[in-house]
Design a binder for this molecule. Structure first.
Ligand SMILES: [Zn+2]
Length: 116
């Protein structure tokens, strides 16, 4: 059986209980570059050699992370509320109070509708 731990507060998430997953893609992004005649006729050999030299001093992980990194988190319901409140400065202890809405029961009812 897979055991999950909340990446926010570090507590174990009991088997079969509600947990939330967060996937964050951190990607390098640029505005579209207009390439003009000046760039096309320019010799880029030195730029490329400099870039290769910079890359040689870094690990493969470091280079990869500077272009793309996918982070996957598991969160308990309390940390999910804190995360949604402030995803950038996420502090599990700042979770808003639990609502009356039992989302766990609701989601489970979608899977196993009770006969009427
Ligand atoms: Zn948590």
């Amino acid at each position: 059986m897979i055991t999950y731990h909340c990446d926010g507060c570090g507590k174990d998430i009991p088997p079969k209980s509600l947990r939330y997953t967060v996937t964050i893609d951190v990607k390098a992004a640029y505005d579209k570059k207009e390439i003009g005649l000046a760039e096309l006729v320019q010799d880029h050999k030195k730029e490329i050699l400099d870039l290769i030299e910079q890359l040689e001093s870094k690990s493969a992980d470091e280079v990869e992370s500077s272009v793309f990194k996918r982070l996957k988190l598991d969160l308990c319901p309390s940390c999910q509320r804190a995360y949604l409140k402030n995803p950038i400065h996420f502090h599990p202890e700042q979770a808003p109070p639990k609502t009356d809405l039992d989302i766990d029961a609701f989601l489970r009812s979608l899977d196993n509708p009770e006969p009427e």
